[in-house]
Design a protein around this ligand. Structure first.
Ligand SMILES: [Ca+2]
Length: 499
């Protein structure tokens, strides 16, 4: 299932006298002129749904010009998945190569503090390869702070609440210049808070800023250093759409328009980071990786385990090394990021990882390295709603440990903001919609979806006789991965499937 890494392949083929092997693009062989390892910029945006991208089925033209440009210059993945659909646990996997229950101190809970025996990517790069490390925004989501060993640590408040593209440009520029001055390779974790709620220019954003600073906001008096920039009101309800996992209600259409404006501002942030890299003449020896940490914050997306919760638009760009304009449909998990980056920069794994290097896929997009992507959720705050999911090339299977008919899914009072409120009102005269809301709150122990035909997870096939073989296969794979992870709910799952 998992072929040798590129480096192992080269080693073994040389031993067997096959040194004449020529890869289409040998990513692991540094050019003769290169004396330092490559720089790495990891751009992780916040709550951006995969289908914002027209290259992943998105309907809105001109929404993400900078991200699309980046995609055209590198390899984009059409089947990339986060390990979690909430910010901190998802991001923990990116920088440890481990699933949440394997890197955190308290498995099976909402805890995301990285345990002592696990060394994050930033710390490895700094300690063993002399990298300068930096983080811009989402900084408190990587815990504990000291464990990550950031040389530069920029708070979201200094980045216009994580939403000001121009301030990100300035911060990235300072970081790049400092690394150049020190003659060090660098690792920059650049994180926008867009398009996380509250959305750009929405009443929610204004309310939230008022609450936070207890000052007048609309006229922008008070302390301007904290303000996000005025949003570009580019998208209105007329330009908007309703994702297929929600009902078509005007309030939802309106709130999605706000999300689109946040997405557009997020794209400007990506453009600014790339511009800063270019202005500092660093594009050549810098690997840029782009992705989102989880799906959009609407009912059935963020904080769930569906396709739309964990699928992410993933791009690798390394000019002159990774072929531009290529697409890979191979499955990849964000748990694969750390082993891949270590492979590309010539670093060693500090601990056993759940992920696998995808260097082979970066050289040949048709190369497969995994059959399933795993994701989980344990809790939000004090509310438990444990879910485990595996997604294969076509089907997705979910085990809802919490679903007993009494325990409720909880993602804040109104996880979908205006959207869920509108759904609740509309459901009073729409029994089918009421059933959908009830299902959201209580679920059922198992779900199976044919994502090939039902990307919005509307038809649960778990009891469908023609899918019995698929259910059996998925249960088997789920049990295997739960056991491998030392999952606290593995035993309960095993008992359930035995009965
Ligand atoms: Ca997020």
């Amino acid at each position: 299932m998992f072929p040798l890494s590129r480096r192992e392949f080269l080693k073994s083929s040389t031993a067997a006298g096959l040194s004449a092997y020529l890869a289409p693009l040998d990513l692991l062989a540094a050019p003769a002129t290169q004396t330092t390892p490559p720089n790495v910029v990891l751009i992780a945006v916040d709550d951006l749904n995969y289908d914002a991208m027209t290259w992943l089925g998105g309907q809105i033209q001109g929404l993400t010009p900078n991200i699309d440009q980046l995609a055209s210059e590198g390899m984009r993945f059409t089947n990339a998945f986060n390990t979690h659909s909430r910010c901190a646990p998802s991001r923990g996997s990116m920088l440890t190569g481990l699933y949440q229950d394997r890197y955190c101190e308290k498995p099976g809970t909402g805890n995301t503090t990285v345990k002592e025996s696990v060394k994050p990517l930033s710390a490895v790069l700094k300690e063993t390869l002399g990298y300068r490390t930096g983080i811009l925004g989402k900084e408190t989501h990587y815990r504990p702070k000291d464990h990550y060993q950031w040389d530069t640590f920029e708070h979201m408040t200094d980045m216009g609440m994580g939403r000001d593209p121009e301030r990100y440009y300035q911060a990235a520029d300072s970081f790049f210049k400092q690394a150049k001055k020190e003659g060090k390779p660098f690792f920059l974790s650049a994180n926008s808070h867009d398009p996380h709620r509250p959305f750009a220019g929405s009443e929610g954003e204004i309310r939230s800023l008022k609450r936070r600073f207890k000052k007048e906001i609309e006229g922008r008096p008070g302390d301007p250093q904290f303000y996000p920039p005025m949003p570009v009101n580019r998208f209105s309800q007329a330009d908007s759409y309703v994702p297929g996992f929600m009902p078509d209600l005007p309030e939802i259409r309106e709130e999605v328009a706000d999300y689109l404006n946040s997405t557009y501002r997020c794209d400007l942030f990506v453009g600014k980071i790339m511009q800063s890299l270019k202005d500092n003449d660093l594009e050549g020896n810098t690997l840029v990786i782009f992705l989102s940490d989880n799906g959009m914050h609407f009912p059935f997306a963020k904080s769930n385990c569906y396709l739309t919760s964990v699928k992410t638009p993933l791009i690798f760009r390394w000019k002159g090394r990774i072929s531009a304009g290529t697409t890979s449909n191979s499955l990849i998990s964000t748990v694969d990021l750390m082993p891949t980056i270590l492979d590309l920069v010539g670093g060693s794994a500090p601990h056993e990882m759940d992920g696998h290097s995808v260097v082979d896929t970066l050289q040949d997009p048709s190369k497969k390295i995994r059959d399933f992507a795993f994701a989980s959720i344990n809790a939000k705050g004090k509310s438990d709603f444990q879910m485990r999911s595996i997604i294969g090339e076509r089907y997705g299977y979910i085990y809802n440990h919490f679903a007993d008919g009494k325990q409720m899914f909880y993602d804040g009072k109104y996880p979908g903001g205006l959207s869920l409120k509108a759904m609740v009102i509309a459901a009073k005269t729409d029994p089918e919609l009421q059933a959908r809301i009830d299902f959201m709150y209580y679920r059922t122990k198992e779900e199976l979806y044919d994502y090939g035909q039902d990307a919005n997870a509307l038809t649960n096939l778990i009891a469908s006789p023609p899918h019995a073989t698929e259910v059996h296969r998925m249960r088997h794979e789920m049990l295997k991965i739960l056991k491998m992870n030392g999952d606290p709910y593995a035993e309960a799952f095993a008992k359930m499937v035995e009965n």
